[in-house]
Design a protein around this ligand. Structure first.
Ligand SMILES: NC(=O)C1=CN([C@@H]2O[C@H](COP(=O)(O)OP(=O)(O)OC[C@H]3O[C@@H](n4cnc5c(N)ncnc54)[C@H](O)[C@@H]3O)[C@@H](O)[C@H]2O)C=CC1
Ligand SMILES: O=C(O)C(=O)COP(=O)(O)O
Length: 526
């Protein structure tokens, strides 16, 4: 029975989905050591931001096939290590967009009107109207850093509230910014001109400490900053000092460099700062959305299907996979075949996509071919997640070519593998929608369905040779399921392809290689 560990609080609806295919253990509050200790039992791990999925956790997760992040940010997962180990990492890119955007807007409003401080004073029995005179956001300038899903919703609502909008996002077009009524500007201009700055970017090496003493010095002393994105994007010590010294108007902070936030100068500040304990995604609606989104993906991957938002296998969405499935199988089979023919150390693989395939998304096909190519050496250790990285680490130079003009089949593939023992090529196509055919081998035309055990010979096209191979195999009690010969010219070089019922032992292969007229022979197991 499959087992899933849920190590952060997630909505019951997610547990119910996981329970359709697995035993689900909910163990929140595990220490890092306890997680390392138990993870070996599990096929999948479902988390939020509370669990640190370190390299050590992944190393210990010998059975892990998928890590599901019920939310957006995967900065608490060592995705590089997961990819290396062939573990799919999925998230819910849209499930909590509205929740996080509304939290940022709530921060902006509560900060502007000192609502948390006023509320606290009321609860202390006071009636203090003077201490909490706020400011309006109407006609103020909001600088949105990161105009992605959350930033865009914040911009839309802020526009409706009568705010002027600036945005900094190097990956967004001016047209998109325009649609959202934002003026795209450089970061320095945004910092200089904004009354409010709101961060909606991922934490990356480039964005770490993006807001530091230097950038704060560029802001208006009355400006207010909101971080509902990720801790570590703002230097907390520099922020606390600037607020304490009145060099910045206010801050609304939901996320922290280290969570849970321990002792911090931020906690000592007054009405100018609003702090929440990473609540951006904590709405009933968002928690249902992300739980369903991620639990369904875990279920699907455990059932052998693809995930719709894997962060470490881009392009392999179920709709793409569904359409390309037969070609992915063909690419994998041809990769496996050419890899075994080439033998030794493979240095380069060229993949040509022909006919209709030339206009298809090539990346999944390339990954499938690499998975096939490496599968003989790596067996089940190679999968769609790590095939590219494994190929790269082995120094295999991968190139692809597209040829729309080829019309023999609606779509066909050609793989050429070059290694220290030479170069080999295979071509393949689909008969109808599903049936695979190998249509050439080292440029000799053939037409054979791939089978589990195959024998290929390169030989001189001459009378009697085929009979000799047949009787040799017969004398060793090897049954031939099918046989085909391909040649370019009569009595020239030729290939013979035999499908066998059983694997061919090496001693028989060596005998075949000794037969007069045989130039070379290879066995392949698919
Ligand atoms: N506080 C909370 O509970 C939540 C926090 N988040 C965080 O919010 C952030 C944004 O999430 P989404 O909008 O869903 O992501 P998204 O991927 O839709 O948008 C991110 C945007 O940032 C931009 N960007 C990347 N690097 C940049 C840089 N160096 N400078 C400026 N822009 C840059 C990208 O082009 C993209 O448009 C993420 O860090 C996510 O983890 C998300 C949900 C809840
Ligand atoms: O989705 C995100 O990136 C979040 O930060 C939400 O975090 P959470 O799932 O509430 O721990």
């Amino acid at each position: 029975m499959l087992k899933v560990l849920v190590s952060d609080p997630i909505d019951q609806v997610g547990i119910n989905i996981l329970s359709q295919v697995a035993t689900v253990d909910v163990k929140t509050n595990l220490s890092p050591e306890q997680l390392v200790e138990v993870i070996g039992e599990y096929d999948a791990l479902m988390i939020r931001s509370g669990t640190q999925v370190t390299a050590e956790v992944i190393e210990s997760g010998q059975k892990l096939k998928i890590i599901g992040r019920a939310g957006v940010g995967v900065d608490n997962v060592d995705v590089t290590m997961a990819t290396r180990k062939g573990i799919v990492v999925v998230n819910s890119p849209e499930g909590n967009t509205i929740a996080a955007a509304e939290h940022a807007l709530a921060m902006m409003m509560s900060m502007s009107r000192y609502i948390p401080a006023a509320d606290a004073s009321m609860k202390e029995g006071k009636w203090n109207r003077k201490a909490f005179t706020g400011v309006e956001v109407y006609k103020k300038t909001l600088g949105v850093v990161g105009l992605g899903k959350i930033g865009a919703h914040v911009a839309t609502v802020a526009h409706a509230m009568g705010m002027r909008l600036l945005a900094f996002d190097p990956f967004v077009s001016a047209e998109r910014a325009d649609q959202l009524n934002c003026q795209l500007v450089e970061m320095d201009v945004l910092l200089r001109d904004s009354d409010y700055v709101t961060l909606h970017i991922p934490k990356t090496p480039e964005t770490a400490n993006l807001i530091n003493a230097e950038s704060i010095a560029k802001m208006k002393p009355t400006a207010r900053i909101i971080n509902c994105a990720r801790g570590g994007i703002i230097d907390e010590a520099a922020l606390a000092t600037a607020l304490a010294e009145g060099r910045l108007g206010g801050a609304g902070i939901d996320v922290y460099g280290s969570e849970p936030l321990g002792e911090s100068p931020l906690r000592d500040l007054g009405r100018e700062i609003v702090l929440t304990p990473h609540l951006g995604a904590s709405t009933e609606e968002a928690q249902v959305n992300v739980a369903i989104d991620v639990a369904e993906q875990i279920r699907d991957v455990l059932l052998g299907n693809s995930a719709r938002s894997a962060v470490n296998i881009p392009g392999l969405r179920p709709d793409v996979v569904e359409k390309l499935k037969p070609y992915l199988q063909l690419a994998e089979t041809l990769g496996n075949l050419v890899g075994q023919l080439a033998g030794g150390r493979i240095e380069a693989l060229n993949i040509t996509l022909r006919g209709d395939l030339a206009s298809a998304q090539s990346q999944p096909i390339v990954v499938a071919a690499l998975k096939g190519l490496l599968s003989h050496a790596l067996q089940e250790r190679v999968n769609y997640v790590n095939a590219s990285i494994e190929a790269k680490e082995r120094g295999i130079h991968v190139t692809e070519t597209k040829d729309e003009s080829s019309r023999d089949y609606s779509g066909s593939l050609r793989l050429v593998a070059t290694g220290n023992l030479g170069e080999h090529s295979v071509d393949g196509a689909l008969l109808g929608d599903e049936e695979m055919r190998v249509t050439s081998l080292d440029d000799f035309p053939i037409n054979v369905p791939p089978s589990r055990h195959m024998l290929f010979t390169l030989h001189k096209d001459m009378p009697g040779l085929i009979g000799r191979i047949g009787s040799l195999l017969g004398s060793f009690n090897v049954n031939i399921a099918s046989m085909q010969v391909g040649r370019k010219i009569v009595r020239g070089d030729a290939v013979m392809v035999l499908s066998l019922d059983d694997p061919l032992p090496d001693n028989i292969l060596n005998e075949i290689k000794q037969v007069a007229g045989i130039t070379d022979a290879y066995t392949v197991t698919l």
